[in-house]
Design a protein around this ligand. Structure first.
Ligand code: LIP
Length: 283
């Protein structure tokens, strides 16, 4: 990433925000067509590695998003899960064409498209479209978070005995660390789930459907849009892009309602962006 800031005017950010919503929806239509084919015909599912799946629709949706963004904003960089990308300017679109690919491949409708726009290391725009559930999540820094245009906020849950926390998993981290965090959450009294789409898991924290999302390693395309949603919905998060090489190599992720953030940070060992400002709840 260059050192020269690229000042984007509020107007050009607004144009990008509107365009982001538009392509999140058009990509959702493509994804849904692919999902229906996948569910009907059981289209071929490739593997990038153990438990790391790739469908034809991942490629189709990412190619659509890359082409539309390059046509509309040729000066912006693009970083996608499937086709990669270089980040030379101060502003980059970070895209996961199908997050929850393992679900998608098995005909489980819990998947989404995740699009984030980052300017000089700050997430400015985020969109998460779950087309099978007709949910479009959107946030712009400083302007709140919405689901289908209506404001959303993190939950008011204030006791772990009533808390539902999602703990993401992949084989990118040692199972012993995953099990230690899982045990810590269960010992605190939380209900722990995993639904295999990190982006949707973060959107659900923003929407109050869940009280926290933790994962020991996520890639930028999985989490940047969801982290902005949680921040704009009143939640607390880690400073993902503050981690070295996070954009290219990924980093740990923590996002939660304020009542649980500090405790989840202690259980997972993932620092919060502004740890000093949070109240904790009785366990
Ligand atoms: C998924 C991530 C999630 C992780 C899953 C998978 P994908 O991304 O969003 O955080 O727990 O194992 O990696 O591969 O479905 O785009």
């Amino acid at each position: 990433m260059t050192n020269q800031p690229h000042p984007l005017s509020p107007e050009t950010l607004s144009r990008r925000a509107d365009f982001c919503k538009e392509i999140a929806l058009s990509a959702g239509k493509l994804a849904l067509e692919g999902f229906e084919r996948q569910s009907r015909q059981g289209a071929h599912v490739g593997r990038k590695g153990p438990q790391d799946f790739l469908t034809e629709t991942d490629g189709t949706v990412e190619a659509h998003l890359r082409a539309r963004l390059k046509e509309a904003f040729p000066e912006d960089d693009f970083l996608g899960e499937e086709s990669g990308g270089t980040v030379t300017s101060g502003h980059v679109w970070v895209v996961d064409p199908i997050d929850g690919t393992a679900n998608f491949a098995r005909g489980i409708p819990h998947f989404c498209i995740s699009i984030a726009f980052v300017v000089d290391g700050v997430i400015e725009i985020g969109a998460i479209n779950a087309p099978a559930m007709d949910d479009l999540y959107f946030a712009r820094r400083g302007a709140g978070a919405t689901r289908n245009g209506l404001p959303i906020n993190t939950a008011g849950t204030d006791s772990f005995d009533a808390a539902c926390i999602e703990l993401g998993w992949s084989n990118r981290m040692p199972q012993s660390q995953y099990l230690a965090v899982l045990t810590g959450m269960l010992d605190a009294g939380a209900n722990v789930r995993r639904a295999a789409s990190g982006a949707l898991g973060l959107a659900y924290v923003a929407d109050g459907r869940s009280d926290g999302y933790v994962e020991l390693h996520m890639n930028a395309w999985d989490c940047l849009a969801g982290l902005l949603l949680v921040q704009e919905a009143g939640g607390a998060t880690c400073d993902f892009l503050g981690a070295e090489n996070a954009l290219s190599e990924g980093a740990p992720v923590l996002a939660a309602t304020p009542a649980f953030a500090a405790q989840l940070g202690a259980i997972s060992g993932i620092p919060l962006a502004n740890a000093g400002a949070l109240r904790t709840c009785a366990v």
